[in-house]
Design a protein around this ligand. Sequence first.
Ligand code: BES
Ligand code: MN
Ligand code: MN
Length: 455
Amino acid sequence: MNNYIEKNRDKFLNELLDLIRIPSVSADSKFKNDMIRAAEFVRDSIANAGADKAQIFETPGHPIVYGEKIIDPSLPTVLVYGHYDVQPADPYELWNSPPFEPVIKNDRIYARGACDDKGQFYMHVKALETMLATNTLTCNIKMMIEGEEEVGSSHLETFVKANREMLKCDTILISDTSMIANDVPSIETGLRGLTYLEVEVVGANRDLHSGVYGGGVANPINVLCEMIASLKDENGHITIPGFYDNVEELTASQRAALNAAPFDLNEYKKDLSIEDVSGELGYTTIERTSVRPTLDVNGIWGGYIGEGAKTVLPSKANAKISMRLVPNQSDQEICDLFTKHFEAIAPSSVRVKIVPHHGGLPYVTPTDSIEYKAAEMAMEESFGKKPIPTRGGGSIPIVALFEQELGRKSILMGFGLDIDGLHGPNESYGLFNFYKGIETIPLFFKHYAKLKKGE
Ligand code: BES
Ligand code: MN
Ligand code: MN
């Protein structure tokens, strides 16, 4: 099997680079045709890997690619999930090379989507090809690669609900998360949920002269800043009434295990060029970024931002606000609590409007399941070290829905690193990680089939 991977190293990489060259940005309708081209590329690659079935399912949004290889209905079935859409590459001027013209430097692929998630899901396509070419496939495989993960997976939700029978499986395998380091393999056992909304604060019915009216009429930007500032207290606790009601508090031993993972605070600060970290009092940086909920402003605008000075009292101000959620918070409930609170703290001198965007539930998976064990054994075999279970801070909203609709847990066997720069300029993915993934995935199927048989 490893012979086959070795012999096809360049072919595998060149195919991935071709996929990366398609600018499949789901958020921007300008790229609609590229989304179709990327879906066709993924369909053809699954078919060429040797699947019995590989097809495109249209949705009101971007297409979903589905393929399968059923070798024996009595064997366990693994559903592989990934996404071929990528985040917008803006701002382009911050890239050292064009985002959709991949370059290889210092054994890393630099391009948008290199890691998230093209580099990662494509490892599964090449692992399937390898297993079929070497006659070593031990499970049935279903593959679902969607095009709307980065914009909330809303049509995939409908698709999953309508195709429960087709997607029936024993477990779900996903590579769309990170490990601690190349020599410290780890597996994420949780994801945070998400509530994302946009707020607008409106004062007077038009922009005003800040000398003539200033001091007498509310300035929506000042008001918005005061409202946002009040959403956290001096200890970094979120002040929305009821926000923490359902938050799962970890036991002392769970916290100790989480904090036992290798983490160097000084390195962390140095890497980010910061003097100090910041967050909720009483929790470590590892905890703050994984098992504690957050509230962040992602963008804020209003008033005059052109050259020079313009004296104006603007009529409105806006912000995009997101909250990362942990078990057992519900994105819908948190959205309602935020809305109620934000309306309640608005002074009568302004009006506020709140528009919810996408959301998703948090997720955890136990480490004593057969599927977790199989992933652990696979990584131990390929890395020579037992992977550490960690809790991730990011979100993949469809994972909680899989559990709800398909009744199955997902295993987050990701091969990326936090330094890969997902969503930012100069995103990259290590060649080591790409090939290590292709080598490890077949080992998952091998161990999973064995463990299931002995069940
Ligand atoms: N692959 C990421 C999520 C991720 C990255 C999880 C690293 C753990 C470690 C995914 O593509 C992503 O970016 N998700 C979004 C949510 C989505 C609704 C836009 C996120 O986490 O912001
Ligand atoms: Mn992703
Ligand atoms: Mn992403």
